[in-house]
Write a protein that binds this ligand. Structure first.
Ligand SMILES: [Zn+2]
Length: 472
């Protein structure tokens, strides 16, 4: 048994970051306790209307460590180690008082939408709490009920942070990734970050188990947030062992501290395979395209899948070129969040199972008697010879099969337009061997450009403006 600490909703769009608060708790508590396992950064349902940025909560375990320690970070010149297992070494209430000091010092109480909470539990709440919080909507009451009798829960203001704090503790990884987050010295927080882009490219190429690092289309790094938060940059990957060497490749400003988090980022944990399309849920639906894609105001592209509208938003950039090349009859699978009004699936990822053949009329029917081309009688009405007035059906015309540029396979938006929870195709081995559609598509969608808008997948949870996908 160890102390499970969960914290959520301490940051605001104007600054701070719950993961920085986690480093402060780690810095303090490791004076007297051992850290057990990696600290955790747990992303919850991205479609919650009241979420602050990436809807991420943190969870840390402390106690008396068992098993050989391993390095997970460095804070103020001190190496931070964790043990693979542990047991509790004091009462939760004593730990809670220390955690409270940090939550009260660092939370952005001035922001109306920031409602901090933390918990110190001796056991994890039911895993169902995590799954409900990552896929649906959990009430404060039901989160509290799941933690009853398990330890101390404290909340501030309207206390909504309780939901994330307890749900983060409830996470039992089915799939996981890691992110090393680096932080700036407080005096640098409001200044521009200095990171050498070439070093990010070098890191990206040398450490293939990392992902979402660099946009090769627009030549922009994606590892750093743009908001005035304490995060310098974050590198995400499948293998925690390479994150420290990868971090050392990055040139520029030196981080004041760094910490490796175990996360549910890039796992698709938020995606449900089901037919019911409840607003706020992220679903995976398969079917046939039933209308040609059309552009709507704002640069978005909409088509119909069965009887549901599917929208690829402007910030998904080059991904829209893939969507525009769909045609009625194509068999696809669409992953995305269901938006209530207008009811639509906000496309996060697309699998093209098969494309339907398309034809183009190249010549009207030939009348062999008169040696003349027949004339069209109008749409769907067939043809008639202008001399002998013989009638020809539509099928008598000459058609050419149009070469479809769209290849079967997986497609995803550029690096900077992905949600924290979305599994990058790179993680499932699909990366850049997916052929881009040809013709009008430039640059290819699989090169993952980063858009200029406010996007969801910057490192360190910092998103200055909401992605349309989040605007439920
Ligand atoms: Zn004729």
């Amino acid at each position: 048994m160890v102390h499970w600490i969960g914290v959520d909703d301490t940051d605001s769009l104007q600054g701070m970051c719950t993961t920085f608060l986690a480093t402060e708790i780690v810095r303090d508590l490791t004076e007297d306790f051992d850290l057990i396992g990696y600290p955790r950064l747990v992303r919850l349902n991205p479609n919650i209307p009241w979420k602050t940025r990436g809807n991420g909560a943190v969870c840390m375990r402390f106690g008396e460590g068992l098993g050989p320690p391993f390095v997970v970070g460095s804070i103020a010149g001190r190496t931070i180690e964790a043990h693979p297992r542990g047991r509790a070494s004091s009462e939760p209430a004593a730990v809670a008082d220390r955690v409270a000091l940090h939550v009260e010092r660092w939370s952005r109480f001035d922001d109306a939408t920031t409602n901090p909470a933390f918990a110190v539990l001796s056991r994890q709440p039911t895993p169902a709490l995590y799954w409900r919080a990552v896929r649906g909507v959990v009430s404060k009451g039901s989160a509290q009920a799941a933690a009853r009798g398990l330890g101390v829960v404290r909340s501030y203001k309207n206390g909504r942070g309780v939901i994330g704090a307890l749900s983060a503790i409830a996470w039992r990884p089915r799939d996981r990734t890691y992110e090393v987050l680096t932080y700036r010295a407080p005096e640098a927080w409001t200044t521009a970050r200095r990171i050498a882009p070439e070093s990010v490219i070098r890191m990206d190429r040398n450490f293939p188990s990392t992902f979402n690092n660099y946009d090769y289309v627009n030549d922009r790094l994606v590892i750093a947030p743009h908001s005035p938060c304490p995060v310098l940059f974050g590198i995400r990957g499948d293998d925690p062992a390479v994150l420290l060497p990868a971090m050392r490749v990055i040139e520029g400003e030196r981080p004041e501290r760094w910490l490796i988090f175990e996360t549910n980022q890039g796992t698709d944990d938020h995606v449900m395979r089901r037919r019911s399309v409840k607003p706020g849920a992220t679903v995976r639906l398969s079917g046939r395209v039933t209308s040609p894609p059309r552009a709507i105001a704002g640069g978005h592209v909409v088509f119909r899948l069965g009887d549901l509208d599917v929208t690829a938003y402007e910030p998904s950039k080059q991904f829209r070129a893939v969507v525009r090349s769909l045609a009625p009859g194509d068999r696809i699978e669409a992953i995305g969040a269901i938006r209530r009004r207008p009811k639509t699936l906000n496309l996060e990822k697309l699998f093209v199972e098969s494309t339907a053949p398309r034809f183009r009329k190249v010549a009207n029917p030939w009348c062999p008697e008169c040696q003349k081309r027949a004339k069209s009688l109008g749409r769907q009405a067939g043809f008639r010879c202008p001399c002998c007035r013989k009638h020809f059906p539509l099928s008598a015309a000459t058609f050419d099969r149009i070469e479809r540029s769209l290849r079967p396979g997986w497609y995803e938006p550029p690096v900077g337009s992905r949600r924290h929870l979305s599994m990058p195709l790179k993680r499932i081995g699909f990366a850049s061997d997916t052929s881009p559609p040809g013709g009008s598509v430039s640059p290819p969608a699989f090169l993952h450009a980063r858009g200029p808008g406010g996007l969801d997948s910057e490192a360190g949870d910092a998103v200055p403006t909401l992605y349309p996908l989040d605007d439920l």
